[in-house]
Design a protein around this ligand. Structure first.
Ligand code: 16G
Ligand code: MG
Length: 550
């Protein structure tokens, strides 16, 4: 075996020589590695090596590799690993990813790789399985070549599946389905996913009238491809009016469109604001982000005023609907619904949910944190305000539903609808497409338009400020990022500023994706919010500058 491993190491080294590391320090952050696409070939090569190790460590379970930079500008790209259950890579492995990515030479790389294998007693010649996909970015195909060069160095020890151009959530689904030994989750293919969603949608819509056509801004990204393909499966039930579907023109991706644009600018993309698009009263639109794992909705109130229906609004809609169904199925003693949010959730949404006796957990920013917290509920509804999210049904909840003995047609129907919802909602990760179907189904069941959905609660005015500081690593948080523990004394000053403002709330956290600190503020009025945001921003700037000169 030793000589076999030597040969393999030589093959890896030879291939790695083709992908030298540029003079850049890489970090596997909240959303994997992300930077200019042209800097990434060596990183992707090494991620391929790590994917194989991870698979080997997990007895050959299939690992996913997704090449995307989501809502970032077109020249950027990124890569992240997907664990066998379709979840984000286990956090302890992020360090290994960072370590491999930063090895300066091939020799260092091979040593670091062997060290990880030795530490975890992994036989590097054992079988592995990797499935990968990429979005529509121009740098994608080149980066995939680097990935393939890495994976093929292992010869036929590694089983490889290339899904081609598809969305992040589709890849997560395929990973989960591939590893599902009971084979109940669905066929492990892109088509399998669409079939599953379409079947669940048909069950849930039943003999209701077809849904109203929906405008979908695809951010000129891979969501356009998914929407077009999926649309064919549900032609009789719903029609999509796809906007921003240009995946070919240079510079179009995420430019003045997409969920991130809408959420951060709090306005319609110019293409959606064109006269006639949302003109009919109560016409809804939705925006995907660049890799279609985020969605926000909107409409024009009274045909004029832009109203955003963000991740918080989706969470509330979903949690209340599911809670209703659980009660109708008379399963409220066995199935507890809970909501997971982050500090960015609008205070009004949290209050609204709590007043309805639904428990709320607050976690740090980033899908993996919300996902893990949601697993603690029988049905865990998790959404970030920015539109990342999904609903997780625990194994116990599914068993309760499968074994339920309904004593009336209404109970039977509610139980079946809950089961269909668990099929409609991506159980691996938030999916803009699956979330869109969830929203549409709920609105159809409630016979609501956007205005009725929006009517539940009124968002508090809020501001998000990006602050560039000399060193963001001095900002340390606790209490799900709601409080600072460092720099010392800053939190007290923020608390004092907040106390002076009606319904005031503000927090400061270092970004996990950019070199900056983010300040969030909300209050009862817009002027008060702006003022609070400005005061806290000043506090942050002064403290950071003082720390830099100290
Ligand atoms: C990443 C996260 C997203 C989070 C954002 C925060 C995933 C897949 N994505 O995009 O959930 O909201 O980072 O960015 O986890 P920030 O740390 O720069 O504020
Ligand atoms: Mg995304």
């Amino acid at each position: 075996m030793a000589s076999q491993n030597q040969e393999l190491l030589q093959a890896i080294a030879k291939a790695a020589d083709q992908y030298p590391k540029p003079a850049v320090t890489f970090t596997y952050g909240t959303a994997g590695f992300r930077t200019l696409g042209e800097r990434l070939p060596s990183v992707i090569f090494r991620v391929g090596m790590l994917a194989v190790l991870r698979s080997q460590r997990l007895n050959g379970a299939t690992i996913g590799v997704m090449v995307t930079a989501s809502h970032n500008p077109e020249p950027d790209n990124g890569v992240k690993l997907v664990d066998p259950a379709g979840e984000m890579l286990e956090q302890s492995w992020e360090t290994h990813a960072t370590a491999l990515a930063n090895c300066e030479t091939t020799q260092d790389l091979i040593s670091a790789y062997e060290a990880i294998a030795a530490q975890m007693r992994i036989d590097i010649s054992s079988p592995a399985s990797v499935v990968y996909a990429y979005d529509t970015r121009p740098s994608g195909p080149g980066l995939i070549k680097a990935l393939e060069a890495s994976l093929s160095a292992f010869g036929d020890r590694v089983k490889i599946v290339n899904l081609g151009i598809t969305t992040t959530p589709v890849l997560h689904y395929v990973v989960k389905a591939t590893n599902d030994r009971s084979a109940t989750y669905g066929k492990p293919t892109i088509e399998g996913y669409y079939e599953k969603l379409a079947a669940a949608l048909k069950t849930l819509i039943g003999n209701r009238a077809p849904l109203a056509p929906l405008y979908v801004d695809c951010a000129n990204g891979v969501g356009a491809v998914a929407l077009e393909e999926f649309g064919k499966y549900v032609e009789n039930i719903m029609t999509f009016k796809a906007l921003n579907t240009d995946t070919k023109s240079k510079g179009a991706l995420n430019y003045q469109c997409g969920a991130d644009f809408v959420k951060t600018k709090q306005q319609l993309p110019p293409s959606v604001a064109e006269p006639g698009v949302l003109a009919q009263p109560d016409t809804r639109g939705a925006s995907f982000d660049g890799d279609a794992d985020r969605i926000v909705y909107y409409y024009l109130r009274d045909g004029k005023t832009f109203r955003l229906l963000d991740g918080d609004k989706i969470a509330v809609l979903a949690a209340l609907f599911i809670e209703d169904l659980v009660k109708r199925a008379r399963l409220q003693d066995a199935i507890k619904v809970g909501v997971v949010q982050t500090a960015y959730a609008n205070g009004s949404s949290t209050k609204f949910i709590k007043e309805r006796n639904i428990p709320v957990t607050c976690t740090a920013t980033g899908v993996k944190h919300l996902h893990h917290a949601a697993l603690k509920y029988d049905v865990g509804v998790y959404f970030e305000a920015n539109g990342h999210g999904t609903v997780l049904f625990s194994a116990a909840a599914l068993e309760t539903l499968h074994k339920a003995k309904p004593s009336s047609p209404e109970e039977d129907k509610a139980t079946k609808n809950l089961l269909a919802l668990s099929e409609l909602i991506n159980q691996a990760v938030g999916d803009a497409l699956s979330d869109l179907l969830l929203v549409e189904v709920i609105l159809a069941h409630r016979a609501w338009g956007a205005a009725e959905w929006d009517a539940g609660y009124e968002d508090l005015p809020n501001r998000l400020v990006k602050v560039e500081v000399p060193d963001r690593t001095i900002f340390l948080t606790t209490d799900a990022e709601r409080k600072l523990t460092s720099p010392l004394g800053l939190q007290k000053l923020i608390d004092e500023a907040v106390a002076k403002v009606e319904q005031g709330r503000s927090f400061v956290r270092p970004s996990g994706t950019e070199d900056c600190v983010r300040v969030y503020a909300e209050a009862s009025t817009t002027p008060a919010t702006d003022q609070l945001a400005a005061i806290v921003t000043d506090l942050v700037k002064h403290t950071a500058a003082a720390a830099a000169t100290a």
